[in-house]
Design a protein around this ligand. Structure first.
Ligand SMILES: [Fe+2]
Length: 261
């Protein structure tokens, strides 16, 4: 089974500042084309938050149109730039988002259980896993203790060393570690938010972040207070599951650099 992960799409309204400065919709068009032409084609696509830039309904409508060519199912969770209710209104018809409350859900796909977690806090750049959200996760994990499970969410549960991003990190990461530590079937915690690929051992499993489909955060492990975004190559991740090898994760650049060489 092959899962693609895209993150931090930051779609803006037509003519908006984010679209003018970054061209995020054009980047997503290319990412969707990339996913459609992969051989083998991914079975599902996970979109790990910051789907749109300002949380407006118009942005979600634009996002829906951009994702429409994907022939495989795609699953979304909110990031800090999203709006929970506008996201629910735009994608509720897909059938997996709950009608109220946090945008958590479970999807059983082939040999894997996929659990989307909502770390969104309205108006805040950082994320939160409160006791209610952690109790929900603990209960879902207890339902299928032998099924390999991927948890996906926006904010990573670890400090990265990129100070400005750590300043908008995840509150409740220790609680998440306690819950995940109780359930060894969790193969991976897949995150976004950092606009960079980062990997960390976490609570007996592996936590990772995915690059953005548009601009990347500069790899700056130096002075606190600095944060810049760069036109480094956009990328997605491909997570390949097999019973024998477990989950193996690849970085897949979205531009075809072979053609330019
Ligand atoms: Fe982002």
């Amino acid at each position: 089974m092959l899962l693609a992960q895209i993150s931090d799409l930051h779609i803006g309204a037509s003519g908006s500042e984010i679209e003018r400065s970054s061209g995020s919709s054009g980047f997503l068009e290319r990412a969707v084309r990339h996913l459609c032409h992969l051989e083998p084609r991914p079975d599902v696509v996970l979109c790990t938050g910051d789907l749109v830039h300002d949380g407006h309904p118009e942005e979600y409508a634009r996002l829906a149109a951009l994702l429409k060519p994907l022939p495989m199912p795609w699953f979304v969770i909110p990031g800090n730039h999203d709006d929970r209710e506008h996201l629910r209104a735009a994608f509720g018809h897909l059938g997996y988002l709950p009608a109220s409350g946090f945008l958590h859900y479970v999807v059983d796909r082939g040999p894997l259980r996929l659990i989307g977690l909502d770390t969104h806090v309205p108006g805040k750049p950082g994320g939160l896993l409160c006791t209610e959200r952690l109790a929900w996760l603990d209960a879902r994990l207890a339902e299928a203790p032998r099924k390999p499970t991927l948890v996906f969410m926006h904010h990573p549960p670890f400090r990265t060393g990129i100070h400005q991003m750590d300043a908008m990190g995840l509150e409740g990461a220790d609680g998440l570690a306690t819950v995940i530590g109780r359930h060894p079937q969790v193969e991976r915690v897949l995150c976004g938010h950092l606009h960079r690929p980062i990997v960390k051992r976490f609570a007996g499993t592996v936590a990772s972040t995915c690059p953005s489909t548009m601009l990347q955060v500069e790899l700056d492990l130096g002075v606190p207070g600095r944060l810049s975004v760069l036109p480094e190559p956009p990328a997605c991740q491909l997570h390949l599951w097999s019973e024998e090898a477990g989950l193996v994760s690849h970085l897949s650049y979205i531009d075809d650099f072979r053609r330019k060489a």
